[in-house]
Design a protein around this ligand. Structure first.
Ligand code: COA
Length: 158
């Protein structure tokens, strides 16, 4: 008998809601990313859902015209399919609507991923004071983490 592989359920990206907090925290914990302090920023978080389950997330902390992009995570079994890229694109659209001009981030694990999405290294000393004062900068990310920045709106790749 020939087995037919069931079609994978579609993945949809939408704004996070308070009920998503535990699922986002679990994904972040599994990826060894800071998960202690994101809940206060949930209004600026997106989640990817498949069959009702949260399988990805990303968000930003809003600091005037600058934002700290953080908590980008995709469930391990779904990595490498473009979902991380989609999450960053959708987050940029949200940030643009909030009049954010520039993203900053810290990463120990995904410098090449972000470099491929227009981010460039920047010295920690060169980031705006409000970004430098965040918990991620001060206590949650190791000093060895790379700091990167990008304008929120960038020209589309041809
Ligand atoms: C980083 C992460 C979110 C990327 O998600 P993803 O869905 O696998 O990414 P995509 O499929 O959109 O990848 C797009 C490209 O980036 C590359 N890429 C993905 N993760 C990468 C990583 N950690 N480092 C370098 N390149 C990476 C892919 O190979 C792909 O390359 P291509 O465009 O040349 O084909 C995912 O690997 C993850 O959850 N990692 C653990 C958490 C983490 O490190 N988050 C970053 C916190 S700052």
């Amino acid at each position: 008998m020939r087995m037919v592989k069931p079609a994978a359920a579609p993945i949809a990206i939408s704004a996070a809601v308070p009920d998503d907090e535990a699922a986002i925290a679990a994904l972040l914990r599994e990826a060894a990313l800071p998960h202690e302090d994101f809940a206060g920023h949930l209004a600026h978080f997106l989640v990817a859902r498949r069959a009702g389950a949260v399988v990805g997330a990303v968000g930003f902390e809003l600091h005037g015209r600058s934002a700290l992009l953080r908590s980008l995570v995709v469930a391990p079994t779904l990595r490498g399919n473009g979902l991380g890229d989609q999450l960053v694109r959708r987050l940029a659209a949200v940030a643009r609507r909030k009049k954010v001009e520039r993203f900053y981030l810290l990463t120990t694990t995904a410098e090449a991923f972000f470099a491929g999405r227009g981010f460039q290294r920047v010295a920690r000393q060169a980031v705006p004071a409000a970004i430098a004062a965040t918990r991620e900068f001060n206590s949650l990310c190791p000093v060895s983490a790379v700091c990167m920045t990008r304008a929120v709106v960038i020209a589309a790749k041809s």
